[in-house]
Design a protein around this ligand. Structure first.
Ligand code: NAP
Length: 495
């Protein structure tokens, strides 16, 4: 226990112990062993964090700064992330089991969010309304909303944070981050960079602990005006209902069961790579995982031969090796959940043609590894096709024509993303129009950018992150009326 790295929370610009004095173990998924201790913050700590964020929002240097100055701070933060990308990537590998190859690319990309929203900070303009009333001048201004709670899932802590924190601070708000109890270390390390960039105390706070304890306390706190949440649909719905009691604003980035649809005219080799990237990259632990592969019946056999051949070559093992392609599952509960879903698939009548069990390879050691798993003979009504597994488990479903592909593609409660593989432009456009998903990729998969809106249809979420409009989720508009009339007209008549 004494060798474990003990972390503190970051509240009001200071590193503080949890009021409970309790800590949670954070595990290295590759070894299955704890390596760090994370403060178990509770309601008392939530109060401290919200008080710090409220104070920083209402007094001191932050509200006096203009948007250009806020933008400069965000760009400085981007520079610091870039300078520390390797260190943060290694930390995420250790705490999260993410692949070093993916984390290096991700950490080197994350600064772009801070550059983009830093640049946007002083380009938010109200407008002069051409008033229909005589002697009246009417204009609008966009104003920040107040202390915001940002809640992130464990699968990509710093990327999910960038989606929220960039627009939140660019708009002039303050933030309390509640990272997942399983992967808080990188967020706490990130707080050091926020401090170094020169953000005033209390503008950014990190309050760690259990969702049901400190998370709940933050969402219910009356001084919090907005909750930006990334996580599962069940928790998201609960957070939405809780926040509604105080009429807080909420944005939700939730789960998915995305169809990756391959038509008979697709470039098969490209689509095979797209199918593998859709489900086995990041060990399937991405909200946009292409977990339902819809194959046109004419290409089914040759496609499956190639898919199995490629999936079998996936190199599993140490996530800190640049050669590794499939790492461990990040948390023990998630590892057990993925294995349960594999049993559900088998019991439900699907045929397991690859994997289907925990990995017992020497290179996987004591880690939480699941073999890349493929089910065929899947009916879209099966649980394995309807429910989010969030692991390396693919359900393959045959279709006969475009109509059926669209119908199956849309026949889930989710609507986060979809893939379409075809060489026919007309088909690509028509199918894309009809797919109920916030993001559709054609002849590619898993592309995201700071400048492109991201979010879900149906039960995959509410609101959008990324892109110019994302900042409006953190702003409120005020309409200002100024009379230029020489006198005040009849006070009993509406103007
Ligand atoms: P989760 O269990 O819903 O947790 C998400 C976050 O909510 C965690 O920080 C969690 O803290 C916190 N939380 C739990 N209960 C809470 C409560 N009562 N009040 C406030 N916060 C609470 O999800 P997860 O297992 O971490 O993440 C996987 C899910 O996230 C998947 O469904 C995935 O699709 C989704 N996801 C969506 C996107 C997207 O952009 N659409 C991106 C990534 C992931 P604890 O961890 O401490 O419980």
């Amino acid at each position: 226990m004494s060798e474990l790295v003990k972390h503190k929370m970051f509240i009001g610009g200071e590193w503080v112990e949890p009021s409970s004095g309790e800590y949670l173990e954070s595990f290295n998924p590759f070894t299955g062993k704890p390596w760090a201790l994370i403060p178990r913050g509770k309601a008392e700590d939530a109060k401290r964090a919200v008080a710090a964020a409220k104070q920083a929002f209402t007094s001191g240097p932050w509200p006096k700064m203009n948007a250009t100055q806020r933008g400069a701070l965000l760009r400085k933060l981007g520079d610091l992330i870039a300078a520390n990308a390797e260190r943060l990537a290694q930390l995420e590998v250790r705490d999260n089991g993410k692949l070093i190859a993916e984390m290096l690319a991700q950490l080197r990309y994350i600064p772009q969010w801070y550059y983009y929203f830093g640049g946007l900070a002083d380009k938010i303009q109200g407008s002069v309304i051409p008033s229909d009333k005589p002697d009246m001048f009417n204009y609008t201004r966009y104003e920040p909303i107040g202390p915001c709670v940002l809640i992130t899932a464990w699968n990509s802590p710093l990327l999910l944070l960038a989606y929220k924190l960039g627009p939140c601070l660019a708009a002039g708000n303050t933030a309390i981050l509640k990272p997942s109890e399983f992967t808080s270390a990188s967020s706490l390390e990130f707080a050091k960079l926020v401090h170094e960039a020169g953000f005033p105390p209390g503008v950014f706070n990190v309050a760690t602990g259990l969702g049901a304890e400190i998370g709940e306390a933050l969402v219910t706190h009356p001084d919090v005006v907005k909750v930006a949440f990334t996580g599962g649909s069940v928790t998201g719905s609960h957070v939405y209902q809780t926040a509604a009691k105080d009429l807080k604003r909420v944005t939700l980035e939730l789960g998915g069961k995305s169809p990756n649809i391959v038509f008979e005219d697709a470039v098969i080799d490209d689509a095979v790579k797209g199918a593998v990237s859709g489900i086995f990259a990041a060990t399937g632990q991405t909200c946009v995982a292409g977990s339902r592969l819809l194959l046109h019946e004419k290409i089914y056999e040759p496609f499956m031969d190639k898919l199995l051949a490629l999936a079998k070559t996936a190199r599993m093992g140490d996530p800190s090796s640049m050669e590794t392609q499939v790492g461990p599952v990040t948390t023990r509960p998630q590892y057990e959940k993925v294995l349960r879903y594999i049993d559900i698939g088998k019991d439900g009548g699907a045929t397991c043609v690859l994997g289907g069990h925990a990995a017992q390879r020497q290179e996987c050691g004591e880690g939480w590894f699941v073999e890349p798993t493929i089910f065929t003979d899947v009916k879209n009504s099966m649980r394995i096709a309807q429910e989010e597994v969030f692991g390396p488990v693919l359900s393959v479903i045959k279709f006969k024509d475009d109509e059926e592909a669209i119908e199956i593609g849309n026949d889930v409660v989710f609507g986060l993303a979809a893939g379409v593989w075809t060489q026919n432009v007309r088909r690509a456009i028509k199918v894309t129009e009809r797919l109920q998903a916030g993001t559709v990729w054609v002849n590619t998969y898993r592309a995201v950018s700071f400048m492109s809106p991201f979010g879900g249809y149906k039960r995959s979420g509410l609101g959008r992150e990324n892109g110019q409009d994302a900042i409006k989720e953190y702003l409120q508009v005020k309409s200002v009326w100024i009379s230029t009339a020489a006198d005040v007209p009849n006070p009993f008549v509406m103007r």
